[in-house]
Each structure stands twice: as structure tokens, then as C-alpha cells.
Design a protein around this ligand. Structure first.
Ligand SMILES: *Cc1c(COP(=O)(O)O)cnc(C)c1O
Length: 428
């Protein structure tokens, strides 16, 4: 089937489809089907936008019903029953049981939108300009979010100086050789340090794009306490790590901390629909009406599926318990795979994990070999040195094991320990 139009008409800014040239037509659960009839097991999950798999049948039926009844689709920030139901459900199932009292803001519907809103709010509340972020952080592609992002290629794309932020070392940046926060603590206490007191520090608990570095809970706690002592706001960017990806709804829950501001997007709609939230403590709600605005804040289809997804997966702890078992299976499978390559090791936390290889080009080769065997896996890290595994959180056990089996074969093939795939396994 024709694919020329993608090459001739679409901008060369596209990226995923360069490595995965198939034309995907239908999708269900952990599988995507191409228009010429092959099936791919999806361990990418829209970079974390599809935590409950593709087209969950109950959510799909709700979308169909809502559209068939001419429910309001676009509403700016006007009131709709769909928004009411989402807010009530989010309060009841997510906030109240976790003792979290956050105001809910709907910024524009993407991850970078919620980060921009968070940075703007932190600056407005504190009257300070400077933001600190971490080495290898990724927070989005608009200017404010880019200014707190690490990747030099992406930063360069801004075309202008990215100002009013500096980078500080993430957990274990010095491989344990230096005590954590030694620099930060010192400069915050020294009025002669020349480092402007920041409005906020923005952090990912697991660096999804920056190589799956996972912060330790003690480190997060220490960061939280240090910032509190200095009256600096803590922003957790939970765009990728949130909505269950690491094993709990918010990724920071096991640390027992309460961030001042939380950024949520990717999987909050539960259905791959564009939606984002900026959550903050009520005393930070100093916005003027309309001071941060956007045309697509009222995505009612997203509200409808988001509310139902929270009910389906988070109304008691059964899903989280089941997920804990799957996380164990994923991690022991990955450990087994690392035995094939000297110096490779498992990184990340929960279902936001992967394998780092000593040779930076191995991960890319593994992803390519996986694709040949109908498994979608991405790479992560400053040199794309990590193979990243993000299956849907509700993946059936047999599909999880199947993906791990393909991964093992792909690793063997990429490292020259295996022949051609067609001789080993029948095609899917
Ligand atoms: C994906 C991501 C973003 C940006 O989200 P977009 O929807 O692509 O704008 C921001 N922060 C983190 C941690 C992300 O993973």
C-alpha cells in the first residue's frame, strides 16, 4: 500500500515512523494491527499515554455513546456534566484517599502545557524568576519547558538562549562519589554564592526520556525537605511516570512527600486523548481569571474516559496489587536478558524501566531487531543507550512474557549471538 505521501508531503521533523515504517490501522489492548494485516505487540504505549492499552472496550463504548448523543465535545472552560463527573471522580478516587488537597487546573491538553503552567505559577507565587531542574531532565518542547530540559539537541532547537534556569545533578549523577545536594545546600545558604534563589525546582521521579534514571525515595524526601526549609516550591513532573506507570497512581507516593505542584498528562484520559492537569496546593491558586488560557482546555471526550478509567482501575487497590505482580515479572525477565550481555543492567522503576547497554549503539540495534520480530520498543537516554520497556499496565501475563521472549531474541540478534529470525520462529 502507498506510503509515498508520508515521505513527500510530511515534514522531516517526524521521528518514530522513521524507525517503525508500518502503517498502523487498528489497535486493541497491547496490540496494533497494520493495514496489510500484521500484528505488533506494543511495549511503547504512546510513551505512556496508553497505560490501559489501546481502545479499552468500556472506554471506547463510552466515547461512542457520548458522541452518538451529541454530547458537548468542545467547551473551552465552560461547565459540562462530563467535566463535573471527572472532577468529582478525581476528588473521590485519587485526591481524598491520598490526603491530597490540590486545586485542579486544566491547561492546554499536552504535557508541555502543564509544565508551562506550573513554571508560570511558581514564578507568580514567589515573585522569583529562576527555576532549577536536573541533569538529563525532559519536560517538553515549548520554550519554558525546554529551558528546564537537559538534551542539547532539543535545547538547540529553541533557536534563542534558554534563560532563567540552571541544572543541578540528579540522584547518583556522580555515581555516589559526592554527597547529594552538597552544592545546592551550600549555595542556598551562602548569600555570596551568586546563585539567584529559585522560585521552584522541577523534577521527574524517573527520567523517562533521559535514560530511565530513577530517583531513590530518600533522595526525593531530602529534596522535598531542603526546598521546604528554603521556601522553594517543588514541582513534580508526573506526565510520564504518573497514572500508575511506576506502580502507584502518583509516582511520588512511596516517598511520602506532597509536592507543591504536580504536572499530569499522558495517560490521564485513559484512552490516548489529549488532556492535561496542573495540580497545586490551594494557597498557590493566585491566578487572575483568564491569566493562563487556552482553546482546548475542555476536552469532554477526555473527561468522560478519564473519569471511567479512574473508576475501573483505581477505585480500590486490586489493580495496583495485580500491577505489582506484573512489575516483578517484567523486572525478573529483564534481569534474565541482561545475562546475555556483559555490563548491561536494568534501570528505571515499575513499568517505566529498561536495559542499559555498555555500547551506546546496542539499544538502537535491539529496538530494530525487536521491530523485525513485531515488538515495538523505544530507546532512551542521552546517547539512546537504553532500551525502554513500557507495556500497558493491564497487559495479560502471557503477552508480557511473549514480549520478554522477543526482547531476549532481539538482544541476542543485535549482539551477534543469533541467526536470522525467520528460521527460528514462525511469523506472527
Ligand atoms: C512527554 C513528557 C512531557 C511533554 O509532554 P507532551 O505532551 O509531549 O508535550 C513533559 N514531561 C515529561 C516527563 C514527559 O514525559
Amino acid at each position: 500500500m502507498a506510503t509515498d505521501i508520508f515521505e513527500t508531503r510530511e515534514s522531516q521533523v517526524r521521528s518514530y515512523c522513521m524507525n517503525w515504517p508500518a502503517v498502523f490501522e487498528r489497535a486493541e489492548g497491547p496490540y496494533q494491527y497494520t493495514e496489510d494485516g500484521s500484528r505488533y505487540l506494543d511495549f511503547f504505549s504512546g510513551a505512556g499515554a496508553l497505560n490501559y492499552g489501546h481502545n479499552h472496550p468500556e472506554l471506547r463504548d463510552l466515547v461512542v455513546e457520548y458522541v452518538a448523543n451529541s454530547g458537548v465535545t468542545h467547551s473551552m472552560d465552560m461547565k459540562t456534566p462530563a467535566k463535573r463527573r471527572f472532577l468529582e471522580t478525581f476528588e473521590r478516587i485519587i485526591l481524598e484517599p491520598r490526603n491530597l488537597d490540590y486545586k485542579v487546573m486544566f491547561p492546554g491538553p499536552t504535557g508541555t502545557n502543564t509544565v508551562e503552567a506550573a513554571l508560570k505559577l511558581a514564578r507568580k507565587v514567589t515573585g522569583r524568576q529562576h527555576i532549577l531542574s536536573f541533569t538529563n531532565a525532559f519536560h517538553g518542547m515549548t520554550l519554558g519547558a525546554l529551558s528546564v530540559t537537559g538534551n542539547s539537541m532539543k535545547r538547540k532547537g529553541a533557536g534563542i538562549p534558554l534563560t532563567n534556569s540552571s541544572k543541578i545533578p540528579y540522584d547518583d549523577y556522580f555515581d555516589g562519589d559526592l554527597p547529594d545536594f552538597i552544592w545546592l545546600e551550600k549555595v542556598l545558604e551562602d548569600s555570596g554564592s551568586g546563585v539567584d534563589k529559585p522560585a521552584a525546582v522541577i523534577v521527574e521521579t524517573v527520567q523517562g526520556e533521559g535514560g530511565l534514571n530513577a530517583a531513590r525515595m530518600e533522595w526525593l524526601k531530602e529534596l522535598h525537605n531542603l526546598l521546604r526549609r528554603h521556601k522553594i516550591l517543588l514541582i513534580v513532573d508526573d506526565v510520564q511516570a504518573g497514572c500508575g506507570r511506576t506502580g502507584t497512581f502518583f509516582s511520588f507516593e512511596p516517598a511520602g512527600i506532597t509536592p507543591d505542584i504536580v504536572c499530569v498528562s499522558k495517560s490521564i484520559s485513559g484512552y490516548g486523548l489529549a488532556m492535561a492537569l496542573t495540580l497545586f496546593k490551594p494557597e498557590l491558586d493566585v491566578w487572575e481569571p483568564g491569566e493562563h488560557n487556552g482553546t482546548f482546555r475542555g476536552n469532554n471526550l477526555g473527561f468522560v474516559t478519564a473519569a471511567r478509567a479512574l473508576e475501573l482501575f483505581w477505585s480500590d487497590d486490586s489493580f495496583q496489587k495485580e500491577l505489582a505482580g506484573k512489575i516483578e515479572a517484567l523486572h525478573s525477565g529483564m534481569e534474565k536478558v541482561t545475562e546475555h550481555v556483559k555490563g548491561s543492567y536494568v534501570k528505571g522503576r515499575g513499568f517505566l524501566s529498561g536495559i542499559a547497554f555498555p555500547e551506546p549503539d546496542t539499544a538502537g540495534k535491539v529496538a530494530a531487531e525487536a521491530y523485525k520480530r513485531n515488538l515495538l520498543v523505544e530507546t532512551s537516554g542521552p546517547q539512546d543507550e537504553v532500551v525502554k520497556l513500557m507495556p500497558p499496565l493491564n497487559i495479560p501475563d502471557q503477552d508480557l512474557l511473549k514480549g520478554l521472549g522477543i526482547l531476549e531474541e532481539a538482544v541476542l540478534a543485535a549482539t551477534g549471538q543469533l541467526g536470522e529470525p525467520s528460521r527460528l520462529r514462525p511469523p506472527h
